[in-house]
Design a protein around this ligand. Structure first.
Ligand SMILES: Nc1nc2c(c(=O)[nH]1)N[C@H]1C(S)=C(S)[C@@H](COP(=O)(O)OP(=O)(O)OC[C@H]3O[C@@H](n4cnc5c(N)ncnc54)[C@H](O)[C@@H]3O)O[C@H]1N2
Ligand code: MOO
Length: 408
C-alpha cells in the first residue's frame, strides 16, 4: 500500500498545529465596525485609552461636598453654599465652613476634598449638621483612578465582551478594528437522511447534525448557511461543493468522510483540492479531513465524520480552533475539573468523553463521565455539558483525577 501524500492518522496535537498554520495563512482581513455592532468579535488592533476615566474628581455618593479640615471638634455644622448636580452648572468654590449639596457622579467643587453621605447629615434650612464624621477623602472618585490616557485597554486577539465594549464606549470610541467573521457553508451528506417534519421510510434517519452544527456555530457568533442535504452521489457532491467553494471562507461537511463505498469526500478532495490531513487519532471523530479547495474554489474544507457525537467533538476540538485561528483569536483558557467517578481508558487515541460538570461547596469543579460513550449516543451528549479530554494511551483514571474539560 502506498503512503498518501498528506499526513494521515496523525496525533491530535499535530492536527492542532496544522490547523493553526493553515488558519494563520488564511487570516480574515480586519474590518472597522461600529462599536455597537462589535460585541463578540475578535479585536484586530490594540486599543489605548484616549482620555482619563473618571475624567474629573467626582462624588461617589449623594450628599454634601466639604473640606475635611472643617470637621474638627464635636458636632460640626456647615453652611450650605450651593448645589452641584451631575451634568449641571458648576457650583462656586467652597470656602471655610461651607459645603455644597452634591449628587453621585457630579464634579467635586473646587476646595472640597470629602463627601458626607446624605444619611449622615441633618439639614435645617441652610445649615448642615454632620452626624457622623467621614474620613478625609471619603466618597471621592479621583480623576484617572480607573483609566489613564495612553494605557492599554484591549489587545488584538481579545474577544469584545459586553464589558470590554463598555470600557471602549466610555472612551468615546465609536469604531473598532475587528477580524471579519468567516462565512461558513454547511453540508450534511447521506442518502439515509430525512429532514425533521418528513415521514421516515425504512432505513432512513432524521438529519440531526444540521441543527447541532448550526447551533454550535451560532454560539461562536457565526451565521452559517445550511445547504440542502447532499445525496451520496459524487457528481452532486462535487457540483454543490464547487459552488460553495467559490463563495464561502469555510465549507463544513459532515458524513461521507470515512472508508465506506459511499464516502466520496476524501477522493474528491484528493483529486480536486489539497489535503492537509485526513484521520486524527481522536475518539470520537477519527475520520476528520482538512483540505484546501483547489479547483473547487478558494474555500477551506473541513469534513467532519457523520456520527452525531463525533460532530460535537470535532466541532469543539477541530473546527473551533480553526475558526479562532482564522480570526486571530488569542488561545482560550483551558478548563480543568476532577473526575467524579473512575474511568478505565482502553484505547490509544485521545478521548473526548461526555461529562456533566458540577462544583462542590469547596469550589472544586467535578465532572461525571457518562458511560454511554458510543459516538451515536446523542442522549448522553445532550445530558452532559462538557467533553472530558483523556490523554493518549490506555490508562486507569482514579476518581478525583484532574482532567481537561471543554464545556459546551
Ligand atoms: N471500515 C471503517 N469504517 C468506519 C471507520 C473506519 O475507519 N473504517 N470509521 C468509523 C468512524 S470512527 C466514524 S466516526 C464513522 C464516520 O463515517 P462517515 O464520516 O463516513 O459518516 P457516515 O458514514 O456518513 O455516517 C456515520 C453515521 O452517522 C450518521 N449520520 C450521518 N449524517 C448524519 C446526520 N446529518 N444526522 C444524523 N446522523 C447522521 C449515519 O447515518 C451513520 O450512522 O465511520 C465509521 N466507520
Ligand atoms: O471517530 Mo468515530 O467518530 O469514533 O465514531
Amino acid at each position: 500500500m502506498t503512503r498518501p501524500p498528506f499526513p494521515t492518522r496523525i496525533r491530535y496535537a499535530e492536527a492542532r498545529a496544522i490547523l493553526a498554520r493553515v488558519a494563520h495563512a488564511r487570516r480574515m482581513p480586519a474590518e472597522a465596525l461600529a462599536l455597537s455592532r462589535a460585541q463578540g468579535r475578535v479585536l484586530a488592533a490594540d486599543v489605548a485609552a484616549r482620555i482619563d476615566v473618571p475624567g474629573f474628581d467626582n462624588s461617589a455618593m449623594d450628599g454634601f461636598a466639604l473640606r475635611h479640615a472643617d470637621l474638627a471638634g464635636t458636632g460640626p455644622v456647615l453652611a450650605l453654599a450651593g448645589e452641584q448636580f451631575a451634568g449641571g452648572p458648576a457650583a462656586p468654590a467652597i470656602g471655610a465652613g461651607e459645603c455644597v449639596r452634591i449628587t453621585t457622579g457630579a464634579p467635586l467643587p473646587a476646595g472640597a476634598d470629602t463627601v458626607l453621605i446624605r444619611e449622615h447629615a441633618l439639614v435645617e434650612g441652610r445649615t448642615v449638621h454632620v452626624l457622623q464624621v467621614p474620613e478625609a477623602g471619603r466618597h471621592v472618585r479621583r480623576r484617572g483612578e480607573d483609566v489613564q490616557a495612553g494605557m492599554s485597554l484591549a489587545v488584538a486577539g481579545e474577544v469584545l465582551t459586553p464589558a470590554r465594549v463598555a470600557l471602549l464606549a466610555a472612551q468615546g470610541i465609536e469604531r473598532v478594528e475587528t477580524a471579519r467573521r468567516p462565512t461558513v457553508a454547511l453540508f450534511c451528506t447521506g442518502d439515509e437522511l430525512v429532514e425533521p417534519g418528513m415521514a421516515l421510510a425504512p432505513g432512513q434517519i432524521y438529519n440531526s447534525n444540521r441543527d447541532l452544527l448550526l447551533g454550535l456555530l451560532r454560539e461562536e457568533g457565526l451565521e452559517p448557511v445550511a445547504w440542502p442535504t447532499l445525496p451520496d452521489d459524487p457528481a452532486a457532491i462535487e457540483s454543490a461543493l464547487r459552488h460553495a467553494g467559490e463563495a464561502f471562507d469555510l465549507v463544513l461537511t459532515c458524513g461521507g468522510v470515512s472508508a465506506g463505498e459511499k464516502d466520496h469526500l476524501p477522493a474528491l478532495l484528493q483529486r480536486r483540492g489539497r489535503v492537509h490531513f485526513w484521520k486524527v487519532a481522536m475518539r470520537p471523530g477519527m475520520p476528520a479531513l482538512l483540505a484546501d479547495g483547489g479547483s473547487l474554489g478558494p474555500a477551506l474544507f473541513l469534513c467532519l465524520p457523520g456520527n452525531p457525537v463525533s460532530v460535537l467533538a470535532t466541532t469543539l476540538a477541530l473546527a473551533r480552533p480553526l475558526l479562532d485561528g482564522l480570526q486571530g483569536r488569542a488561545p482560550r483558557r483551558p478548563w480543568r475539573a476532577r473526575l467524579s467517578s473512575p474511568w478505565r481508558k482502553t484505547h490509544e487515541r485521545l478521548e473526548f468523553l461526555r461529562g456533566r460538570l458540577a462544583s462542590d461547596g469547596d469550589g472544586v469543579l467535578w465532572v461525571e463521565p457518562d458511560p454511554a460513550d458510543g459516538s451515536h449516543r446523542m442522549r448522553a451528549a445532550a445530558g452532559a455539558d462538557a467533553l472530558i479530554v483523556l490523554g493518549e494511551g490506555e490508562r486507569d483514571y482514579p476518581a478525583g483525577s484532574p482532567v481537561e474539560v471543554l464545556p459546551y
